[in-house]
Write a protein that binds this ligand. Structure first.
Ligand SMILES: [Zn+2]
Ligand SMILES: [Zn+2]
Length: 350
């Protein structure tokens, strides 16, 4: 009989069951990673609570994977048993036109991009030789916790947004959405020298928690007009850069009214599939507003994000409000949805 392992299997929207399933076999040219911590991401929650697989279940999600090498195949020479690794889910071919031009975030090689690791809500995951060859796997230095290293993945897109938007001194930044991504952004904006960070959300809990990450002003847009408030805080001019980091169309529409003439608006969060945002494009035109979309990150940026997550200058532990056993994944989802938790990390072996 083959060995089994514990995994959180998705059987349908909101139907996640932690049960025994077959442990993956070690690939000849790859390895088996024993998962020691796995982050619960906003995108996981979206996937786990909607029909994300169009009926194709059961399925194991989870992509913020860290662990220790438990087994290596005979043809795998790069890693040894006992090495602690962070498995970045993004993989780049570094051969296509986009990769060669320095924009690996737009890698055109779908096969390689799909080597991205999911299946982390489990005790083990198999890592094939191709993934090892293309890389974006990092060794966790001694003294850095598995939990801290797991934040490298959600930090990746944040890092690229901050870098591509050239956030720094003396910017006034508006971040719409005080979820973990918004909180990461606030902290990184401050590290990069932004002068003022304004955070907008509808959840007072989240806003209060955001204050510890360098947020200067919080605005609850259920009881105040966020556009008016931002104008007041910027001498009527608007902020230098406004980042919409929520799944709401309304926030994208509002963002262009909060930015100054010549300012930059970034759409960082995806909105419901198929939905359209109504924008005052004359305002965009006459005020010289630039709008940029941001998804993912380049190879270089994902590497930098890992280095940030494991660096003492970034207070990763402050973001992790809950460490739960994998069995409590449903509880973790609730904690994030209610705004009680910032970042939930699951332990498959507790
Ligand atoms: Zn994630
Ligand atoms: Zn490529």
């Amino acid at each position: 009989m083959s060995e089994t392992m514990k995994a959180a299997m998705m059987y349908g929207p909101n139907d996640i069951r932690v049960e025994e399933t077959e442990k993956p076999a070690c690939p000849e040219d790859g390895l088996i990673l024993k998962i020691m911590a796995i982050g619960l991401c906003g995108s996981d929650i979206r996937n786990l609570t909607t029909d994300s697989r169009k009926g194709d279940y059961p399925f194991i999600y989870g992509h913020e994977i860290v662990g220790v090498v438990d087994e290596v195949g005979p043809e795998c020479t790069k890693y040894q048993v006992g090495q602690r690794l962070f498995l970045h889910p993004g993989t780049y071919c570094m051969e296509c036109e986009a990769c060669v031009s320095g924009h690996s975030e737009n890698c055109e090689n779908e096969h390689v991009a799909k080597l991205a690791g999911v299946g982390g809500f489990a005790q083990y995951i198999a890592v094939g030789g191709e993934k090892i060859h293309y890389g974006n796997i990092y060794e966790i230095p001694e003294g850095v916790s598995y939990e801290a290293a797991s934040l490298a993945e959600p930090l990746t897109s944040v890092y690229s947004t901050m870098e591509n938007a050239k956030v720094g001194f003396p910017d006034t930044i508006v971040i719409i959405g005080a979820g973990p991504i918004g909180d990461f952004m606030a902290q990184l904006a401050k590290l990069r020298g932004a002068q003022k960070v304004i955070m907008i959300d509808i959840n007072q809990n989240r806003l209060e928690m955001a204050k510890q990450f360098g947020v200067d002003v919080i605005i609850n847009n259920t009881d105040a007009d966020p556009i008016e408030e931002v104008k007041k805080l910027t001498n009527g001019k608007g902020a230098d850069k406004v980042i919409s980091a929520t799944p709401a169309n309304i926030n994208q529409a509002q963002a262009i009214h909060m930015v100054r003439k010549g300012g930059l608006v970034v759409f960082h969060g995806g909105v419901p599939k198929g939905s359209l945002t109504e924008l005052d494009t004359n305002l965009v035109h006459y005020n010289n507003i630039w709008i940029k979309g941001q998804f993912g990150a380049s190879y270089e940026q994902s590497k930098a994000a890992f280095n940030l997550a494991i660096s003492p200058i970034f207070p990763t532990e402050k973001f992790i409000t809950h460490i739960l056993p994998l069995d409590e994944i449903n509880n973790g989802i609730q904690l994030i949805r209610s705004g009680e938790a910032i970042k939930v990390v699951l332990h498959p072996w507790d």
